[in-house]
Design a protein around this ligand. Structure first.
Ligand code: ADP
Ligand code: ZN
Length: 651
């Protein structure tokens, strides 16, 4: 399960033991045996201890000799055990312990003799086979107990262990979760998207009879702590099917060849228990694009594991009710082979929660906590823009701990506020809170993108606008829905894309009065499109139909630079053309945004309050504004959200 890194400090401590299990085992055995010997001592000396003095030496004698010693009064004490007799010599400091085997039936005569000689005698309990065996076994039992304890912990932390080498019998977590959709707050869209899977797992027969194709693999995309694992569990919980989970990163720590074997076992188990769900957390750890590995050949173990995963996914038909859910924060680095039809061909965005989402999540987690009547979760939600569900769960828990430390009966608003401050101070770099000023800038920037996307012919329609930060770099985003199966781009569509990209920057200039660094990525992409139009598509007067740059083959590492095949003059003209066109488009976009000034203000207002708004909301604001101001729409009737399974993001 991928939690924010700070939540799992144990993994790091275990590392030495994980990597050196045999050394660990050896050290433990030696330490335990030494301790045991030191405390319990050697069992074989038990007899000599019985006499209450430590004999300096032991001597075996015959029964007759012992008798002689007694008759001569050369011993002072005698101890009789079950099988042998000990006698301690009487001669001063230099004591000797004589031992001899007992003879059946002789004893009465011996005690008579001792009585006669007036020598003290007593019986003693010899260590028998049982205590001796126990003496040997005991240290081993301790070692085995400790070993099992550690092996268990290792299995938990690395999802694998030495005892289960090569098999996943114990390595894969299998459970039947009780988690339900109601435990996953917010994330409405994501829940709707996986609803179909739940239905399929509940009654696969119905779908199979219909011949309906259910996705085999679904990629849950979102930052750490946004509830991907939780959602996957909820799918299993709702459908009441077993949930097999592994973490992608655990494969990489394994011995060579084990990863692939584990994948095989994992699928075997899941198929045996079908209908079932396989959940692969951090799939990017095994699914990193092979091309991204570069010339170094990459990681063999990873590649084998990935190949096995692909083979397994291809190996069963859509009529086998096993669904594979995988989680990642970075879908863009995944090997394209993973995303092909029949594999993870569907993506579900599990995003950080917006304002309402945060209230809902806080409500879920505060359920088991006693709160004061002054608690105001709306305020806490306002203070935590940009935080993920896991952060919010932590905040509630932290507040309860704080209240407990102060011996309060209930959690007060002050505790919650303090917990927020602590959480924010301890946030990892990946997760951050945006302040009010940034929020305002981002709201205008994104509204600019959205407005242009909705009023420009040939632009991709908006499906969602958000000012919830996705990571450190992206403070907000506009989600586009590309039309399906689109391979050709017409010239006006490329220009439309440039307009949409520039609109973020233009909105900052028009509405805030000052530009920011937030448009860097937009400008880079706009420049790239123009460059391609000149160099590859023959869409400019500068180069005409002449192609200046061959389409690079990504096969041989797309990064290789090619010698320029055009003149310096051409290069200069091209630069000039790109620069001028960008200015031209910029001016055009500015006019458009000014024309829709109040519509943008409306959008910003809504976005500011809700943090996420849908494409429909954007369209309704624009349509209303157009009607009120008698602006003729530049588009054919706006279409409903087209169904698509790829996620395209405009930052
Ligand atoms: P991910 O797999 O995306 O990294 P997790 O599913 O492991 O995140 O989330 C960690 C914890 O954070 C969950 O166990 C839950 O307590 C809390 N959490 C995250 N998102 C939500 C949510 N939408 N609703 C309720 N709790 C959440
Ligand atoms: Zn932008």
């Amino acid at each position: 399960m991928a939690q924010p890194e700070q939540q799992n400090p144990q993994n790091k401590n275990d590392n030495f033991f994980n990597k050196n299990p045999l050394i660990t085992f050896a050290i433990f055995s030696i330490v335990v045996i030494m301790l045991f010997k030191a405390f319990v001592g050697d069992e074989s000396q038990l007899g000599s201890k019985v006499n209450g003095s430590s004999a300096t030496r032991t001597q075996e004698v015959s029964y007759a000799e012992l008798k002689k010693l007694i008759i001569n009064k050369q011993v002072e004490k005698v101890a009789i055990g079950q099988t042998y007799i000990r006698a301690l010599s009487a001669d001063g400091n230099n004591k000797t312990a004589y031992t001899t085997r007992r003879i059946l039936g002789e004893d009465t005569k011996l005690t008579d003799l001792l009585d006669k000689q007036n020598i003290d005698y007593s019986g003693f309990n010899e260590s028998n086979w049982f205590t001796e065996m126990f003496g040997w076994l005991f240290p081993f039992l301790i070692i085995i107990a400790i070993w099992m304890f550690f092996a268990g912990r290792m299995q938990k932390s690395m999802g694998g262990g030495i005892l289960g080498m090569g098999s996943s019998k114990k390595l894969v977590n299998s459970e039947k979760p009780k988690t339900k959709f109601e435990d996953v707050a917010g994330a409405q869209e994501a829940k709707e998207e996986v609803l179909e899977i739940v239905d399929f797992l509940r009654s696969p027969g119905r779908y199979v009879e219909l011949g309906a194709k259910i996705p085999k693999g679904v990629l849950l995309v979102g930052s750490p702590g946004t509830g991907k694992t939780l959602l996957a569990k909820a799918v299993a919980g709702e459908a009441d099917v077993p949930f097999f989970s592994v973490s992608g990163s655990s494969f990489i720590e394994m011995f060579v060849g084990v990863g692939a074997a584990r994948v095989r076992d994992l699928f075997e188990q899941a198929k045996k228990d079908a209908p079932s769900i396989i959940f692969i957390d951090e799939i990017d750890a095994i699914g990193k694009s092979r091309a991204a590995g570069g010339m170094m050949g990459g990681n063999d173990e990873r590649e084998q594991t990935l190949n096995q995963l692909l083979a397994e996914m291809d190996g069963f038909g859509t009529d086998t009710p096993v669904i594979i859910l995988a989680a990642t924060n970075r879908p863009e680095i995944l090997d394209p082979a993973l995303l092909r039809p029949g594999r993870f061909d569907r993506q579900v965005l599990v995003d950080k929660p917006d304002y309402q989402g945060r209230i809902d999540i806080l409500n879920v987690h505060i359920k088991g906590v006693k709160v004061d009547s002054d608690a105001d979760l709306e305020e806490i939600a306002r203070l935590t823009a940009g935080l993920a569900g896991a952060d919010l769960a932590n905040i509630v828990n932290e507040a309860a701990l704080l209240a407990g430390r102060k011996s309060q009966k209930t959690v007060r608003q002050a505790d919650l506020r303090e917990a927020v401050e602590r959480a924010i101070a301890g946030l990892s770099k990946k997760s951050r809170r945006i302040d009010e000023k940034e929020k305002r800038i981002v709201a205008y920037h994104e509204s600019g993108h959205a407005l242009l996307a909705e009023t420009t012919k040939g632009a991709k329609k908006v499906s969602k606008v958000s000012i919830v930060p996705r990571g450190l770099a992206a403070l907000g985003y506009t989600l586009n829905t590309p039309e399906e199966n689109k391979y050709l781009m017409q010239r006006h569509e490329l220009i439309a894309e440039i307009d949409v990209l520039l609109a973020g920057r233009v909105a900052e200039e028009v509405f805030i009065g000052e530009i920011s660094t937030g448009a860097a990525n937009d400008l880079e992409r706009a420049t790239d499109i123009l460059k391609a139009m000149v160099q590859m598509y023959g869409m400019s007067d500068v180069a005409g139909l002449m192609v200046l740059e061959k389409q690079r083959s990504t096969f041989l590492g797309g990064g290789m630079t090619q010698a320029k095949e055009y003149s310096e003059k051409m290069a200069e003209e091209m630069d000039q053309f790109i620069k001028n066109t960008l200015y031209e488009r910029y001016a055009d976009v500015k006019i458009r945004l000014e024309e829709y000034h109040d519509a943008i203000e409306k959008m910003v207002e809504l976005l500011y309050a809700k943090e996420n708004i849908t494409g429909e909301q954007v369209r309704s604001i624009i349509e209303k504004y157009e009607i009120e101001n008698a602006i003729e729409t530049k588009l054919e009737p706006r279409k409903e959200k087209s169904s698509t399974n790829k996620i395209l993001i405009d930052e």
